[in-house]
Design a protein. Structure first.
Ligand SMILES: Cc1ncc(COP(=O)(O)O)c(C=O)c1O
Length: 368
């Protein structure tokens, strides 16, 4: 009997598989939609991939028969120069998702705890569960939906090994301040780290006050930074992310890494995209303009929203989230709903001006 062979540990059976934003082709197939379907569900760059990243791919096509550089040498050099950190302070992953799993595999053990905001990016809990560690969830503040940093500091115990803060936060777009970082660091027990997940940092990079993980890492504080090429750089399909930390921490994270975890095309495109300044500026401007466009639209519809610094915004439609999600889907617009945590809200990725306008039109139609 197959079922008798499937007795697995609690760590596996308790895992809840990640629910990604619905792919465009799946929605077209399921709903029989012939026209254009737009996906504003996974915080990808609506302008597409970095042109410099794509141009760099031509040169590697003849070498695709070879394994990629497992050490990501060229990409490591490029990131190390851009962030002004030493090359051995970096670890690369198949998306920052993989680096989150490496954190769990390398640093967490049975009986350990992680502290997170609630709701937050679900992979932190998945990494903890896989390692047999417990996830302590601290609700976000009710109105602004920010991390409740004082409550998180109070939830830290001697069992805490990792405190995860996405900054800007997913799913709300809120940020924590420099003083908040200090508060969390002051509360850490000797064996713990603060993980600042900066998947969306490129959207706030112009703000000199924004707390960057690298500042604390360079000063020797127990901080680990996470970044990705999936958001502003427009390379989600290539799956490249990385972690920044003290070299001793990186050595430990490297232990469970599989030898060729970052594919060749991703390494090459990411290194080129990092210095695609025109595209970076264009993407930031599209995002800032798009936030203003959506907020103006929400105001016209009399809806409240959560202030955001990321490339998505949470709007309170006042109607059940799942029903609104389905109604928008029928009109060819894929957004994200979290009915358990945010019962009347939707999270919408900032699109192009045309996509934002189409979303606002559809939203209005679904509300009436
Ligand atoms: C906060 C946060 N961290 C990490 C990731 C993972 O990014 P990736 O694995 O594509 O690098 C995401 C993706 O949505 C995210 O929102």
């Amino acid at each position: 009997m197959i079922s008798e062979r499937l007795l697995v540990s609690d760590r596996i059976s308790r895992l809840i598989p990640y629910q990604p934003g619905k792919p465009i082709d799946e929605v077209k197939r399921e709903l029989g939609i012939m026209g254009e379907v737009i996906k504003l569900a996974s915080n990808e760059n609506p302008l597409g991939p970095s042109p410099k990243g794509i141009a760099a791919l031509q040169a590697i096509l003849p070498t695709l028969a070879l394994y990629p550089d497992g050490a990501c040498h060229a990409l490591r050099q490029a990131v190390s120069e851009k962030l002004a950190v030493s090359p051995d302070s970096l670890i690369f992953g198949n998306g920052s998702d993989e680096v989150i799993h490496m954190l769990g595999l390398s640093l967490l053990e049975e009986g350990d705890e992680i502290v997170v905001g609630d709701p937050t990016f679900v992979l932190y809990e998945a990494a903890a569960t896989l390692a047999g560690a417990k996830t302590v969830k601290v609700p976000l503040t009710p109105l602004e939906m920010k991390h409740d940093v004082a409550a998180m500091a109070a939830a830290i115990t001697p069992k805490t090994r990792l405190v995860f803060v996405a900054n800007p936060h997913n799913p709300t777009g809120s940020v924590i301040s420099r003083a908040d970082v200090e508060t969390l660091l002051a509360a850490l027990p000797p064996r713990a780290f603060l993980v600042l997940d900066e998947a969306y940092i490129e959207y706030v990079e112009d703000d000199p006050e924004f707390p960057r993980s690298t500042e604390w890492i360079k000063a020797g504080a127990p901080v680990i930074g996470l970044r990705t090429f999936s958001k502003l750089y427009g390379l989600a399909g290539f799956r490249v992310g990385y972690g920044v930390a003290a070299p001793e921490v990186i050595c430990l994270l490297n232990q469970p890494r599989s030898p060729f975890n970052v594919n060749l095309a991703g390494q090459v495109a990411a290194a080129a995209a990092l210095y695609d300044d025109d595209f970076i500026a264009q993407s930031r401007k599209n995002n800032d303009d798009g936030i203003a466009q959506l907020i103006a639209g929400f105001e016209k519809l009399g809806l409240s929203w959560v202030p955001t610094r990321a490339n998505f915004i949470v709007v309170n439609t006042g109607k059940p989230a799942k029903a609104m999600f389905d109604a928008l889907l029928k009109r060819g617009i894929i957004v994200r709903a979290f009915p358990k945590d945010l019962p009347t809200h939707l999270r919408v990725t900032i699109g192009t001006p045309e996509q934002n306008a189409r979303f606002l039109e559809a939203l209005e139609a679904c509300l009436t």
